[in-house]
Design a protein around this ligand. Structure first.
Ligand code: ADP
Ligand code: S3P
Length: 302
């Protein structure tokens, strides 16, 4: 899903194909170490805007572009615009507490880390990185599936740790981590340089999403035969049992069932990525204002 909620004139949009990453060229303490081409919004882009103010145009564009996007003028469309404005307001409230700290999204495969991460990065004026993509670039292969095939999962995990280590010295990033990044305690040491947010999505919803897009890019779920939903659900259940506790180390937990309950919905499948991004910001704000709960403080101190 392509998303953009560039509501702020300060917002930057990172063109993913322009992200060049080579571990050897990463210099610590300097954000430009990952060579980014940044597209900034300027007066020209606002003037090309057919009379809408900048954020209205971007919001309406997103509302129309998302799957099943609402038609301008419909109730759903207005709800989407309201959500986007709420997101913008919440991001402005949270930004002073964040002070440029990075946000690391953790969660199972398909939990929406990339989708929600891009929204958060745009609204906060942060850069977005997908750690899987950085590993692919560092290794020089086009997909995680190929890295697993030509090397091994262990080789992928080593490179994933190196990428997270490199990112940990930087600021103003939203990072969508790979679903398995949580299994190595050293990775938590890197990610805890920023704020970690767990997208907690019911397994049924994950399996539905993954069955819809296929498992080609997710080697741990790939099966040659069988019903894609059933296979994905079974494999995800095993992985979740192995990892459940690891995700719970995150500073903030965004539980889709809780958001659905707040919205009076019985199923999480109608929740928009913007609603999830708003909840993430609320949880980040609570964490930053109140600090880690006692049990998490114990974890952080080792
Ligand atoms: N809130 C949502 N509702 C429905 N589908 C979603 C939602 N968030 C993400 N998706 C879809 O689920 C799939 C996996 O999302 P993605 O962001 O790539 O997850 P991750 O980065 O955690 O693996 C994508 O096809 C995406 O479009
Ligand atoms: O859960 C996992 O172990 C993995 C998740 C994938 O990332 P996404 O969560 O982005 O799909 C990718 O890192 C790799 O296939 C392993």
């Amino acid at each position: 899903m392509e998303v953009s909620v560039g509501l702020s004139s300060r917002s930057i949009g990172l063109q993913r194909r322009d992200v060049g990453y080579s571990r050897s060229c990463v210099e610590r303490k300097r954000v430009p170490a990952l060579s980014l081409k940044v597209r900034s919004w300027n007066g020209a882009s606002i003037r090309q805007n057919n009379g809408y103010c900048h954020h209205q145009r971007k919001v309406s564009w997103w509302c129309c572009k998302r799957p099943g996007g609402a038609a301008p003028g419909s109730e759903d469309f207005h709800n989407s615009v309201d959500e986007a404005l709420l997101l913008k307001r919440k991001s402005e409230e949270v930004a002073p507490y964040l002070c440029g700290r990075c946000i690391y999204l953790v969660g199972m495969m398909g939990s929406g880390k990339s989708t929600v991460g891009k929204i958060l990065s745009e609204v906060l004026g942060y850069s977005f990185f997908d750690s899987d993509k950085l590993v692919e670039q560092a290794v020089g292969l086009p997909s995680v599936a190929q890295i697993f095939k030509e090397y091994s999962e262990a080789f992928f995990r080593d490179n994933e740790s190196e990428v997270l280590k490199d990112l940990s010295s930087m600021r103003r990033l939203v990072v969508a981590t790979g679903g398995g990044a949580v299994i190595r305690p050293t990775n938590w040491g890197y990610m805890k340089q920023g704020i970690t947010v767990w997208l907690d999505v019911p397994l049924e919803a994950l399996a539905r999403r993954i069955a819809a897009v296929g498992t080609d890019s997710r080697p741990l779920l790939h099966q040659e035969s069988g019903d894609p939903y059933t296979k994905a659900f079974a494999r995800l259940t095993t992985l979740a049992e192995q990892r459940g506790e690891a995700y719970a180390n995150a500073d903030a937990r965004v539980c889709l069932e809780v958001i659905a309950a707040k919205q009076g919905k019985s199923d999480v499948c109608g929740l928009t990525p913007i609603a999830i991004a708003i909840e993430a910001l609320i949880k980040i704000e609570v964490f930053l204002k109140e600090g880690a709960p006692v049990e998490k403080r114990a974890f952080l101190q080792g």
